[in-house]
Ligand binder design. Structure first.
Ligand code: PMP
Length: 429
């Protein structure tokens, strides 16, 4: 495929935007080459500036679960736009989406909307600190909760890809309040709790991790965290920015039956517009301003266009619940097809999958945490990524990211993807 115009646009972008992009992973640093520039997207496909048509497996990193330019979502935004784009004054729409989210997600009474997943997680941690009166937090190596200072301690996603898990600019003081545990390792959490007895406000975790590839919690791990939190007066925060409204209508809480005290959302909840949210029981949420002392605010929070898109998206997911099973089946077909091609060719690999999230690592051992994810062979990953891209398939440009399938993908698209892999699989040996 030809990417001449995209490359020229990237050169121009680099003159005015740091690295030419507004979010680092987009720059292809982990896989090399120039990123594609998108002209438009529809259904399962991206159309780039060189008029290439690509099957999209990232779905804007999750939000476009129904496929691109889904009619009811687009219509809702267009209609709402004509009524004014921002007021900074309450609207009925905010209550409607809040009510729907509370109905769909277990264990939450109230929800506050913000503008990104980062803001949601940052605010959730402040609320946990304000509620418990304690300062320290536990996070897991390889989990990403946005780019707020407290979370850039061995974070996943682009922070890993760039080989700089601890970003300059995060103060030592902030870093001291973030304690690092290991995914799927309850003992590491117990040790931290013992060593910091009475000081820990919350444990924040991606209940299914998607920022070191896709990593599923082992049986008993989330339940063990729940128990440790209950025994030690610690709040459990599930970061469901990726998994919320994707793995099930009620996210991982519903799928795996473990209760969180605060849940954060992003991506799907905004229907492709900039939205995040955090939610919990009234007893906790009432600590937020203006009812309580924990301050949190936003000029564009609850923005009418964003709420219109989110409400249309959640309404679709709530009324057409078959989508979750359909996505699971499609992703399973992709998983099995890729596995067979790779196995037949004798390529060492691991594919992790749950529902419509999946990732591939070129390594021998099971990928269960950050350390094992980091063992993947990145040279092979680069070959894999570009081999697929050359054949019209857009996969995440880093092994530390998850695939997000969307409902517009057809089985023909999946067949095409598997066939594409078979064409160059020998290069991965
Ligand atoms: N939490 C998780 C689990 C995420 O995957 C992300 C973003 N990929 C975030 C938080 C941050 O969200 P945003 O990029 O919208 O700030």
């Amino acid at each position: 495929m030809i990417y001449k115009r995209s490359s020229a646009l990237f050169d121009e972008a680099k003159k005015y935007i740091p690295g030419g992009v507004n979010s680092p992973v987009r720059a292809f640093n982990a896989v090399g080459g120039d990123p594609i520039f998108v002209k438009k997207a529809e259904g399962a496909y991206l159309y780039d500036e060189d008029d290439n048509k690509l099957i999209d497996y990232i779905s804007s990193w999750g939000p476009m679960i129904l496929g691109h330019a889904f009619p009811s979502v687009v219509d809702a935004v267009v209609k709402r736009t004509k009524l004014g784009t921002s007021y900074g004054i309450p609207t009925e729409l905010e209550t409607k989406i809040a009510k729907l989210a509370v109905e769909m997600v277990p264990n939450i009474d109230k929800i506050r909307f913000v503008n990104s997943g980062t803001e949601a997680c940052m605010s959730a941690v402040r609320l946990a600190r304000g509620y418990t009166g304690k300062d320290k937090i536990i996070k897991f190596a390889g989990c990403y909760h946005g780019h707020s200072d407290s979370f850039l301690i061995q974070a996943g996603s682009g922070a890993v890809t760039f080989g700089e898990p601890n970003s300059p600019g995060v103060t030592k003081g902030t870093a001291m309040d973030t304690l690092l545990a290991h995914y799927n390792d309850l003992e590491s959490v117990k040790t931290l709790i013992q060593e910091n007895h009475g000081d820990i406000a919350c444990i924040i975790i991606e209940p299914v991790a998607g920022n070191m590839g896709c990593i599923v919690p082992e049986e008993g791990f989330l339940e063990g965290l729940r128990q440790l939190c209950d025994e030690n007066n610690i709040l459990l925060i599930f970061d469901e920015v990726m998994t919320g409204f994707r793995l099930a209508p009620g996210g991982v809480q519903e799928l795996l039956g473990v209760r969180a005290d605060i849940v954060t959302f992003g991506k799907v909840i905004g229907g492709g517009l900039p939205v995040g949210a955090f939610a919990g029981k009234s007893e906790i949420m009432n600590h937020l301003a203006p009812d309580g002392p924990v301050y949190q605010a936003g000029t564009l929070s609850g923005n009418p266009l964003a709420m219109a898109a989110g409400y249309a998206m959640l309404t679709e997911l709530n009324t057409n619940r078959g989508i979750f099973e359909r996505l699971d089946k499609k992703t399973k077909t992709l998983h099995q097809g890729m596995k067979k091609v790779l196995e037949d060719a004798g390529v060492v690999h691991r594919i992790n999958r749950i529902g419509s999230m999946l990732s591939i690592h070129f390594c021998e051992n099971p990928v269960t945490d950050f350390k094992s994810a980091a063992h993947g062979n990145n040279d092979k990953f680069k070959t894999y990524f570009h081999g697929m891209l050359d054949r019209g398939v857009y996969m995440p440009p880093s092994a530390f990211e998850s695939y997000f399938l969307n409902d517009a993908l057809s089985y023909e698209d999946i067949d095409h993807t598997i066939k594409a892999l078979s064409e160059f699989v020998d290069e991965l040996k």
